[in-house]
Each structure stands twice: as C-alpha cells, then as structure tokens.
Write a protein that binds this ligand. Sequence first.
Ligand SMILES: Cc1cc2nc3c(=O)[nH]c(=O)nc-3n(C[C@H](O)[C@H](O)[C@H](O)COP(=O)(O)O)c2cc1C
Ligand code: SF4
Length: 677
Amino acid sequence: MTSVASVAPQSGSAAYPHLFTPLALRGITLRNRLVMAPMSTELGGLEGEVTPAMIAFYRERALGGMGLIVVEYTCVDPDTGRAHAYQLTLDDRRNLEGHRRLVSTIHEAGAKIFMQIQHGGQYANPKVLPGGMPVGPSDIFSKRDPLKMTCRGLTSDEAAAMVASFGNTAALAVEAGYDGVELHGAHGYLLTQFLSPLGNKRDDAWGGDAERRLAFPLAVIRAVRTALGDRPLVYRLSADEFRTGGLTIDDMETIAPRLVEAGVDALHVSTGWGVGPAFEKVVEPMSTQEGWRIPYAARLRRATGVPVIAVGQIRWPEMAEQAIADGDADLVALGRPMLTDPLWASKARAGRRDLIRPCTSCNWCISPHPGRVQVGCAENPRTGTELDPPILADTGRGRRAVVVGAGPGGASAALLLRQAGFETHIFETRAFTGGGIIASATPPGKNKLFWYSNYLGDRLAESTVIRHFDQRATLGDILALGPDVVFLAAGTQRIDLPIDGLDDPIVMDAYDLLMRERDLGLVEGDHAVVYGGGETGCETAEFCAHHGIRVTLVSRSPAEKLARSADWVYRMGLLRRLHDNPLITVADNAHVVAVSDGKVRLQSGDTMTEIAADRLLLAQGRRSADALFEDLTRAGIAVSVIGDNREVGRIGDAVHMAYRAVQALSAQFAPITGLAC
Ligand SMILES: Cc1cc2nc3c(=O)[nH]c(=O)nc-3n(C[C@H](O)[C@H](O)[C@H](O)COP(=O)(O)O)c2cc1C
Ligand code: SF4
C-alpha cells in the first residue's frame, strides 16, 4: 500500500507539466489543474450537516494533491429540494460550523474548496421532504395514475423566492469560508428543468420559449454572483442531455455564453440526465470510450472563452495532460478515480502513474449494497470509512499467513496481510494474478478490468509477499509452511447440470472460454448455443457474436430478466447491444435438456425443439469452491474464507471481504496499549 508520504508532491512535474501548472481564477490560485468532481457521499448527517467522517473523506483527497475539491451537491432548500436523507443542506446558520471545519481542513491540506449548490426539483425525494411533494417548473403527474401529482409547478413568486434561496446558500458558503461555488445546472435537476424544453412547460416570465427558459438560471447566476462578491462561480451544465427533444451541444453553444455574460467564471462540462437511460452519460459504464466528453468541453471553451473543466472517463494523467496541452480544457475533474485512489494527483505529480489504483468504471460505487449507505469503491475499501483505525504494520510480526488464490480477494488479502506485518505466502494455480477478473474482463467493452488485475499483479510483484504461482496448493504444501492463519480465496467451481450428453465434444464451460483457458474453436458463421441468461451468459453471447458467430442465447427466465445481477448502468447498454445484434437470438423460458450429434434439445413448457449447434457453452452460474476448509480446520488452523470462495459476488465484494477479514485479524493481534487506569 502506498502512503501519502512515499509519493510526496515535488515542485512541478516533469512528466505532466501542464497538469501541474497553477491556474488563477477570479482572485484565487489553484495549485494545479486537477479538480475533484462533486460526488454525493451519503456521509452527511440526517440534519444535512457535515460529519467528521465526511471531513476525513475529503481530507484524504486534498492531502492526495488535488488542486480543487468541489464538495458534493448541497441543497439550498431542504423542505422542497432534498435528494436523499444524508444530503448536505445549507439554508441557515445551523449547519455552518461543520462547513467551517471542512473548509479549514481542506485549506490546511493545501487545496481550494468550492461548494456545489443544488435543488433537486422534480427529482427531490418525496420521502425526505416534510410536505412529501417535490416542486419544479411545471406540474407533473404520474404516468401510471394520471390523477396523482408527483411534482408541483412553482408559482411565479415561488420561483423568485427559489432564486433567493440559491443566493442565500451562496452567501452562507462565503461565510463558511468556501473559495467559490459551483452551481449544479446539470443532470436534470432544478436549474436544468427550467432550462430544458423537456422540463419547462410554463408560459410566463419563467418559461414559454428558449429565451424565457433561460430566465431562471440567469436570475440564479446573478443572485449567486452578488452573494459571492469577488469569489469565483462555476456553472456545471450538461453539454448534451442525450434525450429526445432535450438540449444538445448545438443549443449549449448559444446558451453557455449567456450564462457567462450573467456572471459565470468557468464551466464544468458534464453531460446526460440523472434519471432514465441518459444516466449512462452522467456516470458512464466501463464500455464507454475514455475521454469521450473532452470535445464537448473544447466546443464550449471556444464558444465562451472562459476556462472549462472537462470531466468523465478521464482515468490517466496522459489524457488529462493532453486535454490541457491541446487547449481543449483548462482543468480536469476526476470523479470515480478519487474514490479509487485519493493519491492520484500525488502519484501523477511524482511521475508514478504506474502506482495509480485504476478506476475501471465498474460502477460498484453507485450500486446498492445491503447494510451500507455511504459511498464506497470496489477496489478501495477505505473509501467512505476513512475514520477506521489503520491496519497496524506490526500486528502480524513473527506470524505467517497463507493465502490460496490470487483473484481480487486473495491478492488484496495478501497485500493487506503483508501490510499488517505477516510473512505472507500466496498460492495460485495459474501463472498470473486476477482469477475471476480475467473472465469478467474478456467480453467486449470490459477490458478496463485488466487494469485492475495488472495493478494487483504489479503490487504483489513489488511486495515481499512470497508467490507460489502455477501451483495448486495442497493441504501438505500449506501445513508445511506452518501458518498461523490461512485465507481461502480459491474462487468458484462449475455447477453440474441435469443435461444428457454433457461429455459431448461440443460442450464447453463459458467460464473456461472467458478465462482464455479454452479456444472457442469456431469460425465466422458457425452457430453457438449459450445456456444461461445471467451476466456471464449474456457476455458470452456478445463475445461469440463479436467473433462473427451466430448465437442462440437460452435463458430459463423471461427475457426481461437477462443479466439481472449486473450493474444497472452497464446492463442498459448490454441489453441494448444484445437486442440490436443481428447475430444473437434469445430463446427465453427454455431449458437445455440434452446435447448429442451436433444438436441441442430445448424444452419450453411442454414443447421440445432441437437446434443444430457447433458449440454449447454452459453459463449456468458457479458455486463457491469447497476444497481445503475442513482439512485445515481439522488441523487446528484459523481459516478465513473470502471472496467467491465464500459467496459468489462482484469484485468489490471480494475485496471488501478481504479488508474486513484482515482488519478483524489485525485487531485480534494488536498489542494492548494505552491503558490509562
Ligand atoms: C457516487 C457518485 C456521486 C455523484 N454525485 C454527484 C453530485 O453530487 N453532483 C454532481 O454534479 N455529480 C455527481 N456525480 C457525477 C460526477 O461528478 C462525475 O461527473 C461522473 O462520475 C463522471 O466522472 P468520472 O468518470 O470521473 O467518475 C456523482 C458520481 C458518482 C460516481
Ligand atoms: S467502484 Fe468501480 S467505478 Fe466506482 S470508483 Fe471504484 S473502481 Fe471506479
């Protein structure tokens, strides 16, 4: 694990000179061009207050070298605009003290700090609003029940009062010491709802045509400008809403200069709409091309002449450097990479991009996790838990740990055990690190996952963990090492299915194919049957079609349940691609019952059909591997079973399990010190 100290910022950066050049913005100077994008952490308190956990979260990112921290969306009117129970609010002085502490902490860490101010409009959460009714530019009724109002249109006076609420929050932000404010005019919230023809159906001073739809955002900018005095104001907008009938980049090229005329100092160029399919343009899935939004920032930079912040799928310092060197952007914001690696900026500045823990855009961070509300990252279990006691370096000293399996759980456990001071051995049947990550990374559009398996491999290689690769761990091997503790992270094994003819030569385990341990052995135009409508089955179908193979994807469930456990943003794109791919046919509500002589027999209800196939790929899910646990326990060794070896899940689940297990072990072995009485 890399500490802040070990990549301490040097002055300037030979590797990325543009990225580490300061920038002056209306009276303040940012130490570099790196901005932490606003991200709702759900670390706030139920009264909308800043908490110590939140301060610790932002502090690590500021210490990590970012030039500017934009604090997550903060609601200007909690009675009507709050998005969730833990959202920050700042509408009077009651929450001011927490903000002051947050600001001074970030300043001490050398960064500047802006507050993003927001109102959810129609997307406020009725469950956390005292009146239970969101407000927006126009009345909205439920699609299912046309008599049920889901959002009440503001009266003209209320719209004017709402403008004042934005100004009030900006004034309080100044009082708290913030260096500036970012207006959240993107992603479909209140400011966007007034601006966009999709949200604003009024016919008065606040709407009716393009000019009047601008009235609310312009009034808010003026109010906030006045409140800010000589501090900078950034406006975050969606350069393209990516919705039919919504605002496009062409519209924004004429709108953005008007925002600037009204008092905006810089633009933060996001895209998309926070609810519905255009969400994949807000927080993109991993299949999206890196840096795809930079040209939007460049166009608005040219259209307005003010500094712009580029954001979205910028993962490596070279791309950030290039965007600035080419004059496409003045600043680069990192969202998810700040969850993955708070030290991103320091590592880049030190010319050590190889040490950056890579964000793969797996979107574990925006998926629900039972029992956890706060922000997290699949690869970085400390994210959102920065107040956790650190894993102490000497708790394992003089003790030996053995880890079986170098997938994400096993590799993370080995690195953490070493960090805790254990002499650590890791066994892996394959010659490389990654385990199940390889199968997940192989389908089209998922190669960013290889960044993570490579990262883990590199960290292991440079550590003093003793690697026994290309070697299946036997009980004898493990006992011979005399371990104090064993971590089993041996992954999964195939579930045998009640299918006649499973030994037929056309049968192959989809997992082996995706693990690159078997060749598909087909040529363009051949036909494969993929059995399994889960994420692996759908991805195997896409993988085959990508190689020109015709595919019948057989699912026991209805088609609308395909890939149901996949991250929902990624799933939207996956289902769309499956549907649009002429090489893929879905046979749902069907079972494969037999295979022989190049034919696969399907049963759907009482109907039997037979289809010719060159390959039958089984993707019916896998179960936890069950080797070694009992033997080791019987031998009296403490065993921790983690990752898919315990419960089949996503990469993040395995990594977090490893962290919790090592934390618990570390606490168990920690020396008892500091007894005061
Ligand atoms: C967990 C999470 C919370 C977010 N919350 C906000 C927010 O409060 N305000 C906002 O404007 N954008 C929010 N975003 C969007 C990010 O600021 C950023 O634009 C987006 O993640 C794309 O950038 P990235 O690819 O660097 O992550 C959020 C994104 C994530 C992942
Ligand atoms: S969970 Fe995945 S997408 Fe989210 S920050 Fe971590 S690596 Fe990136």
